[in-house]
Design a binder for this molecule. Structure first.
Ligand code: NAI
Ligand code: MG
Length: 478
């Protein structure tokens, strides 16, 4: 018997989108001088016009942040700061549905994910850091408890609200003030967050949001009035920022790309593993820095895993992100879709075997079917470069030593997964892998108490947990 799904769209009436937005500077809305469109990537509908921040806008935001740091925020006790963070967290929970629908409209991710992952985790980050605000002396981090001052924060488009929360919550908890720039394709939830700051009565200038593109980001990075830069995005831009910051006194943390190895040993529970592989690469359309984008299977079980994986992939529901049944939504932008197409074409040209799930893609918007490549070797571009889409590269191994060698043979080192029934096997492998986060018999699990960050070209510094606090306190390693 085949069950058909009826459409189950979430209503968008809960969100109110202004036709034009300005910047949020010193607690007020400031008009932009020029604008660009923010579109719904599932339909290409123009949602709003977003201000393109200039060096003058960034300068005004930095001045407001400095003033707020000197006059109000640095004078408050941790306990008082914590109250604001708790208030923000509660308002985010109260307005969760609004945030989820807006995120899905602007980003293209399924409502199931924005509703169940992005928004609750964002609120959790504020709750978690609210708890730290008055306990920094007890955090046991090897630094002073003095904040840097004004922090410039630049975030990507894959988890717009969640990345904002990862950045803003620890900065405020430790007593810094903030100038934040959302990614150009996904500004809307950051602008809704500005309204939450107003609603929470946060003192003016503690959080400033300047929208714009790379030129706006560059103005933040190069502003002399900023004490610390926190960036999440591509390794390419991360390197530019590292170069710009090197001759200055600015502190820097970078969360960059990844090419996570998801390793399946011959003794793994196959059905559970298949679910974990799907979650590891198809969650958020594969727009995940810590995605399990390299599946490395022990030869003895490779055929069985691939057969079950393909069967499971044919069941992935691709389509309207606002539909509560949807598993895989739209690719975030035409540029990202072009990049995925380029890399998958290179995979075929270099000789890997391509297989895509049998699904119908909508005609408008940006879409890519869940895809796997088999017969991938270490030399292939699809094994080395971050595709950042719903595309899995499959490799195989015979011995444990071989899989460690393959998994670590990457310029990145952000995440890894291990599937095995044997604890000793898991513990042995985790000690050999050079990756910041390693999941065992699960994948893509996040918690504000758990530090996140990478080795090598995946970046510097940690976010979340006690370790993440030290990045926002003076005396931490650069
Ligand atoms: P990107 O690194 O250009 O953008 C991330 C943020 O940096 C955005 O807010 C952008 O406006 C800003 N930015 C761009 N140029 C800048 C500059 N010169 N100075 C300061 N800020 C700047 O990433 P993009 O172009 O959107 O995506 C390209 C690739 O990067 C993706 O295909 C993916 O492989 C990777 N990526 C990785 C992410 C991760 O979380 N690891 C997140 C986003 C992209
Ligand atoms: Mg870019």
């Amino acid at each position: 018997m085949i069950f058909e799904y009826a459409a189950a769209p979430e209503s968008r009436s809960v969100v109110k989108i202004d036709p034009v937005y300005g910047h949020f500077i010193n607690g007020k809305w400031v008009n932009g001088s020029s604008h660009f469109n923010s579109i719904n990537p599932a339909t290409e509908e123009v949602l709003s016009q977003i201000a393109l921040g200039t060096a003058a806008d960034v300068d005004a935001a930095v001045k407001a942040a400095r003033n707020a740091f000197d006059k109000s925020w640095s004078k408050l006790s941790g306990r008082e700061r914590g109250k604001y963070l708790f208030r923000i967290a509660r308002i985010m929970q109260e307005r969760a549905r609004e945030f989820a629908v807006l995120e899905t409209l602007d980003n293209g991710k399924p409502i199931r994910e924005s509703r169940d992952v992005d928004v609750p985790l964002s609120a959790a980050h504020f709750f978690y850091h609210a708890g730290w605000a008055d306990k920094l002396e007890y955090a046991g981090v090897d630094t002073t408890t003095a904040p840097h001052g004004v922090v410039g924060q630049i975030i990507p488009w894959n988890f717009p609200l969640l990345m904002l929360a990862w950045k803003v919550a620890p900065a405020l908890a430790t007593g810094n003030t903030v100038v934040l720039k959302p990614a150009e394709t996904t500004s809307l939830t950051a602008l809704l967050f500005a309204q939450v700051c107003q609603q929470a009565g946060l003192p003016d200038g503690v959080v400033n949001i300047v929208t714009g593109d790379g030129s706006t980001g560059s103005a933040i990075v190069n502003h002399p009035g900023i004490d610390k830069i926190a960036f999440t995005g591509s390794t390419e831009v991360g390197k530019l920022i590292a170069r710009a910051v090197a001759p200055t006194n600015k502190s820097l943390t970078l969360e960059l790309g990844g090419k996570g190895a998801n390793i399946v040993f011959g003794d793994a529970a196959i059905d559970e593993t298949v679910e974990g592989i799907v979650n590891g690469i198809f969650f958020n359309q594969g727009h995940v820095c810590c995605a399990g984008s390299r599946l490395i299977l022990q030869e003895s079980i490779a055929d069985e895993v691939l057969e079950k994986l393909k069967r499971r992939m044919d069941k992935i529901r691709v389509g309207d992100p606002l539909d509560k049944n949807t598993d895989l939504g739209a690719i975030n932008s035409a540029e990202q879709l072009a990049k995925i197409r380029e890399l998958t074409a290179a995979g075929e040209a270099e000789g890997a075997g391509r297989w895509s799930a049998n699904c119908e893609l909508p005609t408008n918007g940006f879409w890519f079917a869940p895809t796997i490549f088999t017969g991938v070797t270490q030399a292939h571009r699809i094994a080395r470069e971050e595709i950042f889409g719903p595309v899995l590269s499959v490799l195989t191994f015979r011995t444990p030593a071989e899989v460690i060698e393959k998994a670590n043979n990457t310029p990145f080192g952000l995440s890894a997964g291990i599937w095995s029934e044997k604890g000793s096997n898991i513990l042995w492998a985790t000690q050999q892998l050079r990756a910041g986060v390693i999941w065992a018999n699960t994948f893509n699990k996040f918690d504000p108490a758990s530090p996140f960050g990478g080795y090598k070209e995946s970046g510097w510094g940690r976010e979340g947990g006690r370790h993440g606090l030290s990045a926002y306190l003076k005396g931490s390693a650069k």
